[in-house]
Design a protein around this ligand. Structure first.
Ligand code: GDP
Ligand code: ADP
Length: 219
């Protein structure tokens, strides 16, 4: 079934709350285009672009990259998908970024994953990533079929340089100081929908039911 009209969504939540995992399920169930700012930055680092090289130390230290850099990067990339329904993951992360987005597109729904910090810290040190696709695994939660290899391509998985316990703490601080105000921004616009819990499998049916009221599921 085709989507009736363009639907624009953002997924938010602290680092490790399951944004990438849930995004994968939303893409599969509802066919939205997925754009992840973290995946885009890591692709730039891997390709050693000028931007990637400039941003790497910032990311490795658990700090946010400058608003103008990420806003330009994302908004340029969005031109390729703006005829489709989309889901933004990891952007916007500051009120200034949210305003830049608002200048071009109005967001229909913001899905907020509210997961306790203690749960998150345990998850991130056992996260494994397939860099080209952004597919995430976890030794405890969803291990790859063959250790160290992506299920779909058989290519190697990596651990992120910024998933160390010290850097995770800095990322959570950045989230509190810079990203939480974005939740208020969207709450005041009436588009924020929060899902709380400690397990993705427990949160997901609620998100699926919520989106099913707004979107046609994929065949
Ligand atoms: N134990 C556990 N791990 C999870 C759960 N949901 C996601 N994960 C894992 O936690 C890590 C962080 O999830 P991810 O989707 O990358 O979060 P993001 O940083 O918000 O995009 C990954 O290794 C996931 O595989 C869950 O319910 N339980
Ligand atoms: N919108 C953004 N604004 C500023 N920095 C960003 C943004 N998106 C990603 N980054 C940078 O990339 C890092 C990794 O982001 P991401 O992959 O979204 O991590 P996570 O999903 O674990 O929160 C962030 O810690 C930050 O340094």
């Amino acid at each position: 079934m085709l989507l009736q009209r363009i639907f624009r969504a953002v997924i938010m939540g602290p680092p490790g709350s399951g944004k990438g995992t849930v995004s994968g399920r939303i893409v599969k169930s509802f066919g939205l285009m997925h754009l992840s700012s973290g995946d885009l930055l890591r692709a730039n680092i891997k390709a050693k672009t000028e931007l990637g090289l400039l941003m790497k130390s910032c990311i490795d230290q658990g700090q946010l990259v400058p608003d103008d850099v990420i806003s330009r990067l994302i908004l340029t990339e969005m031109r390729n998908i703006d005829q489709s329904s989309w889901l933004l993951d990891g952007f916007p992360r500051t009120v200034s970024q949210a305003e830049s987005l608002d200048n071009v597109y109005s967001v229909d729904t913001v899905i907020n994953l509210d997961v306790p910090y203690q749960t998150i810290k345990q998850r991130l040190t056992s996260r494994w990533l397939h860099l080209p696709s952004g597919r995430v695994y976890n030794i405890d939660f969803n291990p790859p079929k063959i250790a160290g290899l992506d299920d779909v391509t058989g290519e190697p998985l990596i651990q992120r340089d910024d998933d160390t316990p010290e850097t995770v703490i800095r990322r959570l601080k950045a989230y509190e100081n810079q990203t939480q105000p974005v939740l208020e921004y969207y709450r005041s616009k009436g588009v924020l929908k929060t899902f709380s819990g400690t397990e993705t499998n427990q949160i997901w049916p609620h998100i699926q039911a919520f989106l099913s009221k707004k979107l046609s599921p994929q065949n």
